[in-house]
Write a protein that binds this ligand. Structure first.
Ligand code: SF4
Ligand SMILES: [Zn+2]
Ligand SMILES: [Zn+2]
Length: 306
């Protein structure tokens, strides 16, 4: 296969677009496409301050790399979740790689350690909430959303960017569609507007396949953590990703079409009624001052108190 731009041997085959590209033109294509999506979905402007949530993985570090190469003012935020042990020091290693990425490029990395700030690691918090039952992912999700919003707001960032790729988004959409989750479907979008103390959230990589993000990181020489979080093993979202990949291998482009056609339906108002219900008034948590959907303490503060 040849590069569509220069005719040299292609190193990356983007089957979903029937497009082969050499290394240089693939790296360039990733930049121009990201810039296009930022503009198309009105994510942020050139003068806005972006906080990139970095986990030490390929997606978030590549996102940070792309945004700085595009000339945006982008700092990183690393949340120390306290996951792992001596044999698999997941959090320690992901922190090391995120810090190394920042140091090598002279970028600013904000670091928040959940245990230092709130007294317990994510597995410890989950233990007290679930009493040893199930995964800590719901607790982790609440903590991450809370801390990301807190830092973005307190440190004056205009927008919070996460490295969710198309495989992540398609798996969430697939799960929500299987259960016809009318309340969750309209909340899935490349941009969630900020309001009442909630930071604007954007997903600039939402139209790139996971395998293409891995190719980008490797071709750019980005050192990232290969291991997934140990709690992700056997999760439903990984199962949905596998199912969608089977579909994709028979019908290249099916995964992209599933997500993009959902966004199109959303933009012409297919979920307008549900969207109106979702925009409920927000209350303020008396403990941390952050917005919450219910009166009284937010879920994070209730969890930490427990
Ligand atoms: S897989 Fe790990 S990082 Fe992801 S939500 Fe679960 S505990 Fe948190
Ligand atoms: Zn080329
Ligand atoms: Zn609170």
């Amino acid at each position: 296969m040849k590069c569509k731009t220069c005719g040299q041997k292609a190193t990356v085959n983007l089957r979903q677009h029937r497009l082969g590209l050499c290394t240089d033109h693939f790296l360039e294509w990733m930049l121009t496409q990201t810039a296009r999506f930022i503009k198309k979905y009105r994510m942020f402007g050139p003068d806005e301050k972006v906080l990139v949530a970095v986990s030490g993985g390929k997606d978030s570090l590549s996102l940070w790399d792309i945004l700085t190469r595009l000339g945006y003012q982008a700092d990183g935020l690393y949340l120390g979740l306290g996951i792992g042990d001596e044999q698999n020091p997941y959090s320690a290693e992901s922190h090391r790689l995120a810090q190394q990425f920042a140091d090598q490029r002279g970028l600013k990395l904000q670091v928040v350690d959940i245990r230092e700030t709130h007294g317990q690691t994510i597995p410890q918090l989950a233990e007290s909430v679930h009493r040893g039952q199930g995964r800590p992912c719901s607790v982790c999700g609440v903590a991450k959303r809370h801390e990301m919003n807190r830092i973005a707001r307190d440190l004056g960032y205009d927008v919070l960017a996460t490295g969710h790729n198309l495989d992540d988004e398609a798996a969430v959409l697939f799960g929500n569609t299987l259960g016809w989750q009318a309340d969750l479907l309209p909340r899935q979008a490349p941009v969630l507007a900020g309001h009442d103390g909630l930071a604007r959230k954007v997903k600039p990589l939402c139209r790139f396949y996971e395998k293409d993000m891995a190719a980008y990181a490797i071709l750019r020489g980005i050192e990232y953590i290969y291991e997934e979080c140990p709690f992700s093993v056997g999760s439903t979202s990984i199962y949905y990703k596998e199912l969608l990949n089977r579909l994709e291998s028979d019908r290249p482009g099916a995964k992209l079409a599933f997500y993009v056609k959902f966004l199109e339906a959303r933009s012409v108002g297919l979920f307008a009624a549900q969207q109106a219900e979702v925009s409920q008034p927000l209350f303020t948590c008396p403990t941390c001052g952050q917005p919450t959907a219910h009166e009284g303490q937010c879920s994070f503060c209730r969890m930490v108190l427990r």
